[in-house]
Write a protein that binds this ligand. Structure first.
Ligand SMILES: [Zn+2]
Ligand SMILES: [Zn+2]
Length: 252
């Protein structure tokens, strides 16, 4: 019986890397320096452009006995005298999202360039998916895990970096929207007054007396309504200008 294990086709935009951090034994009598012991950590790194998602697995693989003893020759921990204590189970660790901009309002970025994406980095992490991913790995294997990580990466929301052209445009757009809403609130009574029954009455009168089809309210010539239409037009122009500026920024 033989089983083939074909290498799956990796989507062209993805960088997939699995790395292992070694196990350790770093007991220290000074509690401030006592890092205890740890098993090999397996890191799944999926990078797409300047976004990345990282998932940790604590494998349960301890240091070999000789290396364990040699790491801290004088260790007095009662469970460490014959090497690492007992076999340990693998467990899923945190999922981390790395993005070039904040993922939520007030998100602080790292000062150092990111070791994974290479640039300014905003990191968030959570443990909620740890066991789901480990189950997926054990039941379906690596392809299923990479697909799930890709979904998690595609779901991440990135806000523009504060002070960037994108952020300034977003602020301008928000200000414009606020002024539109404010203006709409103030104009609403006027709008209601001239677009309700009154317009139907006027249309009927115009059509009956002049014998023309007065489908457009602008034809009726009410100055207030013309002002509303004109203001709407000006706002459309402003909206278009912001959209065009945003497109230029996004195009680089
Ligand atoms: Zn120890
Ligand atoms: Zn990072």
């Amino acid at each position: 019986m033989s089983e083939t294990w074909p290498l799956g086709a990796v989507p062209a935009d993805e960088l997939r890397v699995i790395r292992f951090k070694p196990a350790f034994h770093r007991c220290d009598p000074d509690p401030a320096k006592d890092y205890g012991i740890g098993t090999v950590t397996m890191l799944w790194v999926l990078r797409v452009g300047d976004l990345a998602v990282v998932w940790e697995v604590f494998t349960g693989w301890d240091l070999p006995t000789d290396a364990f003893k040699a790491a801290v020759p004088g260790c007095i921990h009662p469970l460490h005298q014959n090497g690492a204590p007992g076999p340990r189970e693998a467990s899923g660790g945190a999922v981390q999202w790395h993005t070039p901009g904040p993922q939520y309002e007030g998100h602080e970025g790292s000062q150092e360039p990111c070791s994974i994406t290479g640039g300014t980095c905003y990191v968030s992490s959570g443990f909620l998916l740890a066991s789901e991913l480990l189950d997926l790995l054990r039941i379906e294997g690596d392809d299923a895990v990479w697909k799930r990580l890709r979904e998690l990466l595609d779901e991440v929301k990135v806000l523009p970096e504060p002070g960037s052209p994108e952020a300034k445009l977003a602020d301008a757009a928000a200000e414009l929207e606020a002024s539109i809403n404010d203006r709409n609130d103030r104009w609403e009574p006027v709008r209601q007054a001239i677009t309700g029954d009154w317009v139907d009455d006027m249309r009927q009168i115009v059509e009956r007396r002049l014998g023309v089809e007065a489908g457009s309210m602008a034809v009726i010539g009410d100055p207030a309504y013309s002002a509303v239409l004109d203001a709407d037009h000006q706002l459309e122009v402003a909206r278009d200008a912001i959209a065009a500026a945003r497109a230029r920024v996004e195009a680089g």
